[in-house]
Design a protein around this ligand. Structure first.
Ligand code: AMP
Length: 131
């Protein structure tokens, strides 16, 4: 059965899309830790990120780098934090999280509640910064 992220890639479930190429896809996390929290995934379904073949893993990280630079241009922050958890959705994904302090990376923090309009606006800002 397709993962929820594959359904997003296939357009069966809506998302706030940030970027896409033939192999990778980036979209806003629906429960953001901070504004601009983005997930980057390979289109191929693989649960554990370290089970990706080397070429896909490397290319995923390079794609994430491009997205991270766009996020930091769009969202005021000190850095883009990077995390891989993967306990909830069995489809490899990299969290890119705009942070100002270490505690912004604490996954136990309450998630932001943003309106559809705010999420659309954030996604649009980031998309505009992708070179
Ligand atoms: P984890 O697998 O532990 O890295 O967590 C999965 C992440 O995916 C969480 O941060 C969720 O908020 C996020 N997530 C789950 N479903 C969706 C969705 N439909 N759209 C965007 N993000 C999602």
């Amino acid at each position: 059965m397709a993962t929820i992220f594959t359904k997003i890639v296939n357009g069966e479930i809506p998302c706030y899309k940030i970027a896409e190429d033939d192999r990778f896809f980036a979209f806003l996390d629906i429960n953001p830790m901070t504004k601009g929290h983005t997930l980057v995934i390979p289109k191929t379904e693989k649960d554990y990120i370290f089970d990706l073949d080397e070429a896909t893993y490397s290319a995923l990280m390079l794609f994430a780098k491009k997205v991270a630079h766009a996020i930091e241009k769009a969202i005021p922050c000190k850095r883009i934090g990077v995390a891989v958890i993967g306990l909830e959705v069995p489809h490899a994904h990299v969290h890119l999280i705009p942070i100002n302090q270490e505690s912004d990376m604490n996954f136990k923090n309450p998630k932001l509640k943003l309106s559809v309009e705010e999420m659309n606006e954030i996604a649009e800002h980031i998309r505009q910064k992708i070179g």
